[in-house]
Design a protein around this ligand. Structure first.
Ligand code: ADP
Ligand code: ASP
Ligand code: MG
Length: 405
């Protein structure tokens, strides 16, 4: 079999852990499999580099940012290859460029366009373990790009799809995908399997155990994806196509996201074309908007609220100043202390009353709902950040996620 394994930051956090990963990789090789290993930077390294950039510049150039943060993964590929050599196996490290990972030009959030993978195929053919730097690629000009935070998951899935691997195994610091973050809720239960669609919602609603785009990619190319622990041999979670058992569970997970902020434009003239103008200027600035609400208008004026990522806070306020002046709105407010809590489940498609149950549960704890958004398989509410943990624990209990289905 050909197996792609990915080890995250905590799993390669120090020399001892890198040696532990080397042992696991060699064990897979000794079982007779071909192995491609994708690794992240050592834990905390990417954050350290991002903070360094902030110390020298208020608004670092995205191209230079990628040049900087891509170095974290170069350290781990070299160290892991050396550790594998010490165990008597052949291994070669590859940067994104050497692995042939070609992306578009959007620095710091580039999308993979194709993977040539020739060097990887060659290395495997010669009996090597191929060790690839996660999170990075190159654009058409050969400049280094990065794939967004958590992007090593995407590198692994995309390589697995290209090489038609039998499995893409994501090794991390928990032993699978849980009903909610096990580091927040001790009663969280590990799922044996989860559908691509539910995992996609969980990830995009804040469960950072898998990067959202990696799940999108896995679904598109039907990559058999497993989430496992790099510290134990417990069976993990299989992320796979939906089956009929999954539909019987109404709510399968709770997620939270504290990385967004809420903007309200006050006193917006309520006439055709205004919303289009606001959101086209924001999208031209390449800022992604999540939830949007517009209030009932009074005296021809209305308020428009929406959420964006906290990392875009400076840029969005610059854009807002321009928009407020252009459309003749009264003011703009920013609220940072918000969180989004969500419930997810494919079974919601065929069950009614789930939303009211969620809203009542939040009301019972005295938690005010500021925004709501729904899709076929999820309901999200924006609340005050200080209630996040309370809300997540309580929703987990109300929907009986601690009990085996
Ligand atoms: P890595 O560095 O290995 O990529 P991450 O920190 O990105 O690991 O992701 C693993 C973390 O995801 C866990 O430590 C856990 O706190 C968090 N997490 C959030 N939601 C979930 C969930 N539903 N199931 C499992 N882990 C989750
Ligand atoms: N090192 C990168 C990050 O911290 C990529 C990853 O870990 O997946 O976001
Ligand atoms: Mg991660």
């Amino acid at each position: 079999m050909l197996i792609v394994q990915k080890y995250g930051g905590t799993s390669v956090g120090d020399a001892g852990r890198i040696k532990n990963v080397a042992k696991r990789v060699c064990r897979t090789k000794e079982a007779g499999h071909d192995v491609v290993v994708v690794v992240s930077a050592m834990s905390g390294e990417t954050d350290k580099l991002v903070n360094l950039a902030a110390e020298v510049s208020e608004n670092p150039d995205p191209r230079e940012m990628d040049m900087l943060v891509s170095t974290g993964e170069r350290v781990t590929i070299a160290l892991l290859s050396m550790a594998i050599h010490s165990l008597g196996h052949a291994a070669q490290s590859f940067t994104g460029r050497q692995a042939g990972i070609i992306s578009d030009c959007f620095h710091t959030k580039a999308r993979i366009e194709k993977i040539t993978g020739e060097r990887l195929r060659e290395a495997l053919k010669e009996g090597n373990i191929a060790v690839v730097a996660g999170f990075q690629g190159i654009n058409e000009k050969s400049d280094v790009t990065t794939l967004g935070r958590g992007g090593s998951d995407l590198t692994a899935v995309a390589i697995a799809a290209t090489l038609q691997a039998d499995y893409c195994d994501i090794y991390t610091d928990v032993d699978g995908v849980y009903t909610t973050d096990p580091n927040m809720v001790p009663q969280a239960r590990k799922l044996d399997k989860i559908s691509y669609d539910e995992m996609l919602e969980m990830a995009s609603l804040g469960a950072k155990v898998l990067q959202t785009r990696s799940v999108e990619f896995a679904k598109k190319y039907n990559v058999p994806l497993r989430v496992l622990s790099s510290f134990t041999d417990n069976p993990g979670t299989l992320v796979t196509a939906e089956d009929s058992d999954m539909e019987n569970v109404v709510v399968s997970g709770v997620a939270y996201d504290k990385n967004q902020l809420k903007i309200t434009i006050v006193g917006v003239p309520d006439k055709p074309g205004v919303a289009a103008k606001i959101f086209s200027v924001i999208s031209e600035a390449n800022i992604i908007v999540d939830m949007i609400i517009q209030n009932v208008s009074e005296g021809g004026l209305t308020d428009v609220s929406f959420t964006v990522l906290k990392t875009d806070s400076k840029r969005i306020m610059d854009v807002m100043k321009k928009i407020v002046a252009d459309i003749g709105a009264r003011d703009v407010n920013l609220e940072e202390d918000i969180a989004k809590v969500s419930i997810i489940g494919v079974g919601m498609r065929s069950h009614s009353g789930v939303a009211s149950q969620m809203f009542s549960a939040l009301a019972q704890e005295g938690i005010n709902i500021m925004m709501i958004s729904t899709s076929e398989i999820k309901i999200s509410c924006v609340i005050e950040a200080k209630y996040t943990e309370l809300a997540v624990r309580m929703l987990h209990k109300v929907f009986e996620l601690d009990k085996v289905a």
